[in-house]
Design a protein around this ligand. Structure first.
Ligand code: FRU
Length: 440
């Protein structure tokens, strides 16, 4: 990467950097960005629940925590006999643990009395033996009907006991940490868009500066009559942003809103589950987004998008010129979603959940028109194969995959990819089907 490419960050509307329509118009599938097709796992490790958005227990420096030999993750879950499309309305955070990063066990629902009508995505910090779980309280407590208000909450008081197996215990205290201010971050009553967002808190401590941050998904207020997007009101409704709050003291429960890291006004409405991977002195900022949340005139995919900058606060430029990092194949465009990248040696690994497979419809909405039995059959509801990505400056490339829900230990050597084996003369028969790994 030349310095010049990092100078090309473009200003946002309320953020220092913006994802522009011109950049997003370059989104297209390529060998470097399309993940292999996913087949259902041989056995569903946790058949009693649908599992989707997932995050790992991490220490302050971002490393995956290892608690007495266990890796720990948290997922949004719902009973597996529920129609998958209804899962967001009843989402419950559960904890899972694994002794080897391959076999995962259910430690049960994390909270007895969380805030909100249901809980959406977040992150988790392991700090000196204390567990903090950040989450989105969705809906108003006590309201009869389902509402879509979103607040960012931090739960403190968790500890892990491995004396007799594994348990994550409270008592938890739930702290409402952040609400939108209406200036940097849109409130629900200001929203003109399709899907309002103020959610998905993600803890990050900047290794270079020591700054303690909480990233989140939000929207930038665009007042009616604004000249944003050439004054086009239809495009102005698409106003996704990546928000950030700072903790001046480093206290995991004290936050002050700061200016957004990036916005996508006129481009995309939902920049979901923002998170950062720090490597080679650069900040790689990732989000998941949907085909249907791009503004009129733009075409994207359900995909992991990414940006890179020399400082956490910007200026960000899109990876691979457009922002596209990992997407699903054309014949299975919704096979996975909600990607989360994390560093592993000199690679970046990406976990996501196995969404709708054996389905090549044009939009996710078409799923709802299938018979209920088909909606159930085609929903993965577990973790997808972990994807291996090579990252170099502003470029990324899919190298291969690991198994469903395979999360190697920090420092654990990964197997050679197919092309590495072939180079060493130990490849499989090239005429036959080669496993899901992609060429190097
Ligand atoms: C992404 C997402 C998150 C949200 C959750 C709700 O998959 O939309 O932004 O927290 O799903 O289920």
């Amino acid at each position: 990467m030349t310095d010049r490419s990092l100078d090309e960050g473009t200003p946002g509307y309320g953020a220092r950097a913006g994802w522009t329509r011109e950049q997003a118009s370059r989104i297209e599938r390529s060998d470097d960005t399309v993940a292999p097709i996913i087949y259902p796992p041989e056995d569903d490790q946790v058949p009693e629940v649908h599992i989707w958005d997932t995050w790992f227990l991490r220490t302050r420096d971002g490393t995956l925590a290892e608690v007495d030999g266990h890796r720990v993750c948290f997922s949004l879950t719902a009973p597996s006999d529920l129609l998958p499309g209804k899962r967001h309305d009843v989402a419950t955070i559960r904890c899972f643990y694994s002794p080897d990063g391959r076999t995962w066990h259910d430690a049960g629902p994390v909270f007895e009395a969380p805030l909100g009508q249901r809980q959406w995505a977040g992150s988790a910090l392991y700090d000196g033996g204390d567990v903090y779980v950040y989450y989105t309280a969705a809906g108003e407590d006590g309201a009869d009907d389902l509402t879509y208000t979103q607040r960012i909450v931090g739960a403190s008081g968790g500890t892990i006991d491995t004396g007799d197996g594994f348990s994550l215990e409270g008592p938890w205290t739930h702290h409402e940490l952040l609400c939108p201010d209406g200036e940097r971050y849109e409130r629900e009553d200001q929203s003109r868009g399709m899907i309002y967002t103020f959610r998905d808190p993600w803890f990050f401590e900047d290794p270079a500066t020591g700054e303690t941050c909480l990233l989140f998904e939000a929207n930038t207020p665009v007042p009616e009559g604004s000249d944003a997007c050439g004054g086009d009101p239809a495009q102005q409704e698409f106003n996704g942003s990546i928000g950030v709050a700072r903790s001046p003291s480093g206290d995991p429960l004290e936050w002050e809103l700061a200016d957004p890291l990036l916005d996508a006004v006129c481009v995309n409405q939902e920049l979901e589950r923002p998170h950062v991977v720090y490597r080679d002195g650069l900040y790689y900022l990732f989000v998941s987004s949907h085909l249907h949340t791009f503004a009129p005139g733009l075409e994207g995919f359900d995909a992991l998008y990414g940006f890179v900058a020399e400082e956490l606060h910007g200026d960000y430029v899109p990876l691979n010129d457009s922002g596209l990092v990992v997407t699903n194949p054309e014949n299975a465009p919704f096979q996975s979603y909600s990607w989360m990248a994390f560093p592993h040696d000199d690679e970046v690994l990406v976990q996501s959940f196995f969404n709708y497979f054996d389905f090549d419809g044009g939009t996710l909405d078409e799923i709802a028109h299938l018979p209920e039995s088909e909606q159930m059959r085609r929903f993965g509801g577990t973790l997808a194969p972990t994807i291996r990505v090579a990252v170099d400056g502003t470029r990324t490339r899919i190298r291969g995959t690991l198994g469903h829900w395979e999360i190697p230990k920090d420092g654990e050597a990964l197997p050679p990819t197919d092309s590495e084996l072939i180079r060493r003369g130990r490849g499989r028969d090239r005429g036959g089907y080669v496993t899901g790994t992609r060429e190097d």
